[in-house]
Design a protein around this ligand. Structure first.
Ligand code: APR
Ligand code: PHB
Length: 395
């Protein structure tokens, strides 16, 4: 076994949460090591959501990793809600005093962050097996793992648990100190990436009696589309023809608009859940991103919420190293949870307004339509959607 390595902050997980945290810390002179279970190509190619809030865009820019995002990202000043075959535009920029969203794939953000980190000579350990997080209630926590069969040990002042929903960090916290709040939804999203230009220059969230559908994009050549399906469905039940047929039906309008088809280059099913663990910290371990909370994708908030967490965590750690004060660290969970629950509500609200659950009857559907009509006709209600969608200011 080799000697233990020493760092200030050990970051478990090289998803958006871990990589943004590492970058924010490096910008402030705090040293960290990122430990990731997968290889670099896997994390750089993993297809996920692609909507960045204004607040996330501002954070990435301030951290010096916004250059390609500013060049290649697609700025959207509005989005469409569709129901009863009619599209209604929510003018995000106009309703939020100039704020907007940027469509830029999560894996592109991840690529930029990895390039910046490795370019600066800082370490990411990829393909770390059997990661164990020890002694987080003592002064010097330890992380052990194997790389190529060799055991490695890192000792650190703090551990950031950025290892996603299925990671190990959360489970190292004694279960009796945690409260879990959870909701499962009786539907899922089947997503495709199609090599064809988007059929409209903005996102369309469509309510339909056959179920929800979403038109999104990745670039001027790539369209991202989703249809609501059952969580029990498998990909072989959804040949391309069936996916296109449902998309045509659910996204159809009465004005002759047509959906462009193209070769399907990726297809996957995402189940949906809401999940929050409280508190988000224990001893010297701080959970951030999906390790602490999950939202259904309808509000496009997963990455953005992870970014908000690590902004709070980075500021608290930097303050500790500069002044020796613990108050920001002690307040980490409570500070984050205020935003987490706001975003949980928004994501749940968008989800329940737009999807058709198996037991829904005509009453449920009429309530949804009443809400959609209100959101698209009242400036106050549209502003509520818009300011949440572009992201409320960070604390
Ligand atoms: N040891 C080391 N790394 C691990 C371990 C482990 N035991 N378990 C998981 N990981 C890694 C995963 O391989 C992944 O790269 O942790 C990373 C977690 O990344 P994400 O799942 O992307 O979570 P997070 O960084 O919190 O990002 C927030 O944004 O679009 C949303 O839900 C989406 O995951 C995304 C989220
Ligand atoms: C996406 O482009 O993948 C996307 C967009 C909006 C969402 C979820 C996913 O709400």
């Amino acid at each position: 076994m080799s000697e233990a390595q020493r760092t200030q902050v050990a970051i478990v997980g090289a998803g958006p949460a871990g990589l943004i945290l590492a970058r924010l810390l490096a910008c402030q002179g705090v040293e960290s090591i990122v430990i990731e279970r997968r290889d670099r190509a896997y994390v750089e190619q993993r297809l996920r959501a692609g909507v960045l809030e204004q607040t996330t865009v501002d954070l990435l820019r301030a951290a010096g990793v916004g250059e390609r995002m500013d060049r290649e990202g697609l700025v959207h000043e509005g989005l469409y809600l569709q129901f009863d075959g009619v599209r209604h535009r929510i003018p995000l920029r106009e309703l939020t005093g100039g704020r907007a969203i940027t469509v830029y794939g999560q894996h592109e953000v991840v690529k930029d962050l990895i390039a910046a980190r490795l370019g600066g000579g800082d370490e990411i350990v990829f393909e770390a097996d059997d990661v164990r997080v020890l002694d987080v209630d003592a002064d010097l926590p330890t992380i052990r793992f194997k790389v190529d069969g060799d055991e490695r040990t890192i000792r650190c002042d703090f551990v950031a648990g950025c290892d996603g929903f299925h990671g190990v960090c959360r489970s190292t916290i004694p279960a009796e100190t945690l409260s879990v709040y959870e909701r499962h939804y009786p539907f899922a999203w089947l997503g495709i990436l199609a090599r064809t230009p988007p059929s409209l220059d903005e996102l369309i969230y469509a309510h339909h009696e056959r179920g929800f559908a979403l038109h999104s994009m990745r670039s001027p050549e790539l369209t991202r589309l989703y249809v609501q399906c059952s969580p029990d469905d498998t990909l072989d039940m959804w040949p391309d023809e069936r996916v296109w047929e449902e998309l045509h039906l659910r996204l159809a309008t009465r004005d002759g608009w047509t959906l462009r088809e193209g070769p399907v280059v990726e297809k996957s099913i995402t189940t949906m859940r809401s999940y929050v663990v409280e508190p988000m910290q224990y001893g010297r371990l701080y959970l951030a991103g999906d390790a602490a909370h999950v939202v259904p994708p309808t509000g496009a908030k997963g990455l953005n919420l992870a970014a908000a967490d690590v902004k709070v965590l980075a500021a608290a750690l930097v303050d500790w190293y500069r002044t020796g004060r613990r108050d920001l660290l002690d307040a980490y969970s409570a500070t984050c949870l205020r935003r987490v629950w706001r975003v949980e509500h928004f994501s749940w609200w968008m989800t329940t307004m737009l999807h058709r659950a198996p037991g829904d009857d005509a009453f449920d559907q009429r309530l949804q339509l009443a809400q959609l009509r209100y959101v698209t006709s009242s400036r106050a209600a549209a502003t509520m959607l818009a300011e949440n969608y572009v992201g409320l200011e960070h604390v």
